[in-house]
Design a protein around this ligand. Structure first.
Ligand code: PNS
Length: 162
């Protein structure tokens, strides 16, 4: 059984995240989308809201027979991965600028738990500039984000921010 976790803040889920789910799912039998319960940040959506949105949007994504589980975690990503007997951590790289941060995380995670590998997937070019932070900022200032986040997420953002 090849089991991976795909950790992140997902505040909120973007089409870039879904692209990574779609690309990585053929590589694994099971993947846990692991939503970080980041108490030190001030997220727009609660963990429950983020998990619920992912749960509602996911059926529309082709996951190539990979079982997708949605869960939340606190603490270290490697501790969560170990507790779920996952052998890989999936992360998306959008541009070279992501690489340095991702490399540092991957190397630290490998030091903490050498048996768990980080698997990087290159996001589709059309998502190379899409981040949750940018989506919130643009939406808040009245810019268009259609096609960059799921419609359901946009509706929830409208509910929260207007
Ligand atoms: O979507 P994000 O915010 O880029 O995801 C970052 C995330 C959740 C993967 C990272 O912040 C993380 O792993 N946090 C959990 C705490 C942890 O394990 N820190 C050490 C990583 S080297």
């Amino acid at each position: 059984m090849r089991r991976a976790i795909f950790p992140g803040s997902f505040d909120p889920l973007t089409n870039g995240h879904l692209d990574i789910v779609k690309r990585s799912s053929p590589l694994f039998d099971e993947m846990i989308i692991a939503v970080l319960n980041n108490a030190d940040k001030d997220p727009l959506f609660s963990v429950e809201e983020r998990c619920s949105m992912i749960r509602q949007v996911l059926p529309a994504v082709n996951t190539s027979g990979c079982d997708i589980i949605i869960d939340s975690f606190s603490g270290l990503t490697v501790d969560f991965a170990r507790s779920r007997f996952a052998s890989a951590i999936v992360r998306g790289i959008r541009a070279v600028s992501d690489y340095e941060y991702e490399l540092r995380m991957a190397l630290m995670n490998r030091r903490l738990e050498p048996s768990i590998e980080t698997v990087f997937l290159m996001a589709g070019e059309e998502f190379s500039y899409v981040s949750s932070t940018l989506m919130k900022q643009v939406f808040k200032l009245g810019g268009r984000v259609e096609g960059l986040i799921p419609e359901l997420v946009e509706a929830q953002m409208r509910r929260k921010m207007t």
